[in-house]
Ligand binder design. Structure first.
Ligand SMILES: [Zn+2]
Length: 355
């Protein structure tokens, strides 16, 4: 009889776990729909980055407003390799994203900024795609950079040199656990915390890169990126190859190795210093098209012709919108904490704590 009761208990337990897993999308939806009860932020000076007095940042408890958003325990993630939907512990997922999106050698404060950004990104996706992203129905995020990169611990160990896990996992884990439940909001709504590798000195207004102006994705200075490996990039091509590549896409333009200097004219430049448009033989071409055509690091580029060679030099790496990861690392090196880093790159946001 005792054995039967034990078996029944086990069955009920297994059934409860099963029901919990089935209920995940509903949980995600309902906790996000619940009205967030967030108090107004203490207004930090926007240009704090240039304030030389490096105030010791306030402790989390004082700084963070509590929101009524509840943190999900488990989330669904589409694994692009196995083509399966995984159910992962929420904070464990964030650890895998931080370790995949930022070098573990980075300062703790930069890793914490990435952790809060990764957590926020997931919640934003959950809210936008409660039933899964159209590209991977059933899961709001995937393991690819299509959403944000994620690797399991085993994959991370395999991807890195021996000793990486022992040396760095504790640091990753602590960046996530020390910011547990913290997310970014603007006007009491969860933000879409876009980020990129290296801005090249100044980030971009969202509308200069994507379609819509977003109030918290404004162009700001990013002065501490000198250590970024792809701050300056360069590719060299034969002028004839350069010309034929352009003609292959834009038709038979009147350009030759002798007239490129007159035929390529700068159009519009964004506030962040990136090229929005250029004119090639009076044809308007976007900076993004040129970036894609020549596989450039960014749209902050310049052509330098010498004889039969053309060099395309670039500054920065990535789309330039939101947080610059190397800029975050630079700020951390300068003594700024993760809250200052996030508030610098995401204009007017608040850092709030989930239940
Ligand atoms: Zn995806």
């Amino acid at each position: 009889m005792k054995g039967l009761i034990f078996l029944l208990n086990r069955l009920i337990y297994a059934l409860l776990i099963f029901i919990m897993l089935l209920a995940i999308p509903n949980l995600s939806l309902s906790f996000l729909e619940s009205k967030m009860n967030v108090n107004n932020a203490s207004t930090e000076a926007e240009d704090k980055i240039y304030d030389n007095s490096k105030n010791i940042s306030k402790k989390n408890e004082e700084l963070l407003k509590k929101s009524s958003i509840e943190e999900p325990e488990l989330i669904k993630v589409y694994n692009t390799k196995t083509k399966e939907i995984m159910v992962i512990d929420f904070e464990e997922y964030i650890k895998g994203v931080v370790a995949s999106e930022m070098p573990a050698e980075f300062s703790s404060e930069a890793l914490k900024a990435q952790a809060v950004s990764a957590r926020t990104y997931l919640l934003y996706r959950l809210k936008k795609y409660p039933n899964g992203h159209p590209d991977h129905p059933g899961a709001p995020v995937c393991t690819d950079i299509h959403c944000q990169a994620w690797h399991s611990r085993d994959d991370l160990i395999a991807l890195h040199d021996e000793g990486w896990y022992e040396q760095y996992w504790g640091k990753i884990e602590s960046a996530v656990t020390s910011t547990k439940g913290q997310i970014l909001t603007y006007d009491n709504k969860i933000i879409e915390p876009l980020f990129h590798s290296t801005s090249g000195g100044r980030t971009e207004n969202s509308e200069d890169v994507f379609s819509a102006p977003v109030p918290y994705l404004r162009s700001v200075e990013s002065p501490y990126e000198d250590e970024a490996p792809r701050m300056h990039g360069s590719i060299k091509l034969n002028v004839d190859d350069f010309i034929s590549k352009i003609k292959s896409v834009y038709g038979d333009l009147n350009i030759s190795r002798n007239n490129l200097g007159e035929k390529i004219i700068l159009g519009e430049v964004s506030e962040g210093g990136k090229i929005k448009t250029i004119y090639i033989d009076d044809r308007e071409v976007s900076g993004r098209e040129i970036r894609s055509l020549f596989n450039l690091n960014s749209t902050n580029f310049n052509f330098i012709q010498s004889g039969n060679e053309i060099e395309i030099v670039t500054t920065g790496y990535g789309h330039g919108v939101g947080m610059s990861q190397w800029g975050a690392e630079g700020m951390a090196d300068e003594g700024y904490d993760y809250t200052e880093i996030l508030k610098h790159y995401y204009t007017g946001i608040e850092i709030v704590s989930m239940k």
